[in-house]
Every structure is written in structure tokens, then in C-alpha cells.
Design a protein. Structure first.
Length: 309
């Protein structure tokens, strides 16, 4: 019987181990568990991998704990600009948005780009016009305000520096979110959503919404969602690289994912991790940072919710 499975991440930028309190750890784990179980339920009912990753990412976006949707970081202007992508491994259809504001669930907008437009990637004002045409309700700034995030931004707002959630800083505790899934028909999908980096400017866009860099799915190889130093993940075309290693070198999902995260991305100074599934329902979740908020579950009975190594 076809194994179905789902894996999710809440970013490779975790609190350094000494700063994690038992209470915080429990909060993270229950947010991960909720998204994992709801995504898994979709698969169990026989629905598509696309629907499962959308549901899991939606729930992670709604949690203030992660740097996506509600918990998005502040830009240099004190606003929130979000990016998201989704890809269907069966059809190779994909949708992505970047620099959107006020959208509660950017993953829904990315899915609408895939399903309701002729395009793959809409950015900034144009993406907002598209949302407006579809009658998206916009949330005000208050919805996205988070004291921790604000503090994180105030510390560097008057400088030229920007901050990734996985920078080696005491408060580097949040992250991008993503989900990958394999459904009962052996179709796979990936979705990723992020607020990007604190104090970002000039319309900076990371790897998360870029098909092939932070997000990719192809039934003949794998579905991948990345988290990490976006500039390096773009240069490494990381998600597609995992797929290429499987397709052209015959590596397994685990071998290909490990090769990219423990070798190829490190060689160009990138840090982070990824989650991946293949059409047999196998799961890989490597990372080269101290931790990565992650969880996985399969119809074979595997279940994991972890933060550190
Ligand atoms: N990769 C994301 C970006 O560069 C950040 C993250 O994974 O936390 O926008």
C-alpha cells in the first residue's frame, strides 16, 4: 500500500539551547504538532498533497511563534513584507508571491496564483492588485505586531544591518515555515512561507518564494521546502539541487538531502536546513544549524516533533 506522509518546519533559526525554557519548548512543540496533525488528517481523508501542505502552512502562519504570516519580522520601514510559494509535484504547477503586505495567509495567495492566474510569480503591488481582485480581506498592522519581533527590529533599525533568524544571536529564535507531503496517490507537494529577514530593505526577497531555490516539487524525484540564509540558498538553487542529485545521480532522498545540506551549501557558506519527501512517502529533515523546528508523520507510524539534534 502507498505510504502517505507529511513533514513540516518552523525554521532553522532556533533559540540557542541554553535559552529555551521548558514552557517555550512546549509551546513550539504544540504549535508544530497542531499543524502536523491537521495536515496529516487531510492526507488520511484521501485529499491531495497540495491541500495538506496548504493546511499545515496556514496553521504555522497563524501562529505568532514563527516568522511567517502573523509572526512575520519587521522590515527597515517597520512594516511586514511576506513571501510564499507552493508547488504541485504531479503537474509541476507552481505559484508564488513576494513582498505582500496585510495578507493573513500568503500561502493561500500563492495557491491562487497557481490556480487562478496564468502566471507563476507575482510580486509587490501587482500581487496586491491580484489579491484585491480576488477580494482578499487585509489585516491591519496590529494583527502582525509582536513585541519580541518589534524589539528585535528596534535593536538594529538605525543600522545597515539586517538579521536572519538563524544568525548566531541570542534572540535568533524564529523562522520561516514550510511543509512537504506525499498523498495516498503518491503525489507530492511543497509549500513555504516567510516574513524574510528583520530590517530588510530595497525589496529584498529570499529563497522561500523562488521555485527551485527554497521550494520545489516533482513526483519523479522529491518535494522540498528550505529554511536558511536565503541569499546562499538562492545561489545554491538548493531545492532543485536535491531533485537533480536524485534524478541525475540516482541518489536516494536522504542521500541527496544530506549531500546538499552537509556539503554543498556549507561549501558556499550557507547555513540552514530543509524538509523533503519522495513519492514513496520517505522523509528527510537535515539541517546544519544548532536546531530546526520540525515534525513529521507517516502512515507507517513514524512520528517526530523535534527542535534540536
Ligand atoms: N530563507 C528565509 C529567507 O532568507 C529565511 C529563513 O529561512 O528563516 O528569507
Amino acid at each position: 500500500m502507498q505510504t502517505y506522509s507529511i513533514a513540516i518546519h518552523g525554521g532553522a533559526g532556533t533559540l540557542v539551547k541554553g535559552m529555551m525554557t521548558p514552557e517555550l519548548e512546549a509551546n513550539y512543540k504544540s504549535a508544530l504538532k497542531l499543524a502536523l496533525n491537521e495536515g496529516f488528517k487531510v492526507l488520511k481523508k484521501g485529499h491531495s498533497a497540495i491541500d495538506a501542505v496548504t493546511e499545515a502552512v496556514r496553521l504555522l502562519e497563524d501562529s505568532p511563534l514563527f516568522n511567517a504570516g502573523k509572526g512575520s519580522v519587521f522590515t527597515a520601514e517597520g512594516t511586514h513584507e511576506m513571501d510564499a510559494a507552493i508547488m504541485d509535484g504531479k503537474t509541476l504547477n507552481a505559484g508564488a508571491v513576494s513582498l505582500v503586505t496585510g495578507i493573513k495567509n500568503p500561502v493561500h495567495l500563492a495557491k491562487d496564483v497557481m490556480e487562478k492566474s496564468e502566471h507563476v510569480f507575482l510580486a509587490g503591488e501587482g500581487a496586491m492588485q491580484f489579491a484585491n481582485q480576488l477580494k482578499y480581506k487585509l489585516e491591519d498592522a496590529e494583527y502582525f505586531h509582536d513585541d519580541f519581533r518589534h524589539q528585535q527590529w528596534l535593536e538594529i533599525r538605525d543600522t545597515d544591518s539586517f538579521q536572519l533568524d538563524h544568525s548566531v544571536k541570542k534572540d535568533s529564535k524564529f523562522g520561516t515555515v514550510g511543509a512537504v507531503a506525499c498523498d495516498q496517490n503518491g503525489s507530492i507537494a511543497a509549500a513555504t512561507s516567510t516574513g524574510g529577514m528583520t530590517n530588510k530593505k530595497w525589496g529584498r526577497v529570499g529563497d522561500s518564494p523562488m521555485i527551485g531555490a527554497g521550494n520545489y516539487a516533482n513526483n519523479s524525484t522529491c518535494a522540498v521546502s528550505c529554511t536558511g540564509s536565503g541569499e546562499f540558498f538562492i545561489r545554491g538553487v538548493v531545492a532543485y539541487d536535491v531533485s537533480c542529485l536524485m534524478e541525475h545521480k540516482g541518489l536516494s532522498l536522504e542521500e541527496a538531502s544530506n549531500e546538499v545540506i552537509y556539503k554543498r551549501i556549507l561549501e558556499i557558506n550557507g547555513d540552514g536546513g530543509l524538509i523533503a519527501v519522495d513519492a514513496q512517502g520517505n522523509i528527510a529533515m537535515p539541517f546544519n544549524t544548532e536546531g530546526m523546528y520540525r515534525a513529521s508523520k507517516s502512515s507507517d507510524g513514524i512520528e517526530e516533533v523535534s527542535i534540536y539534534k
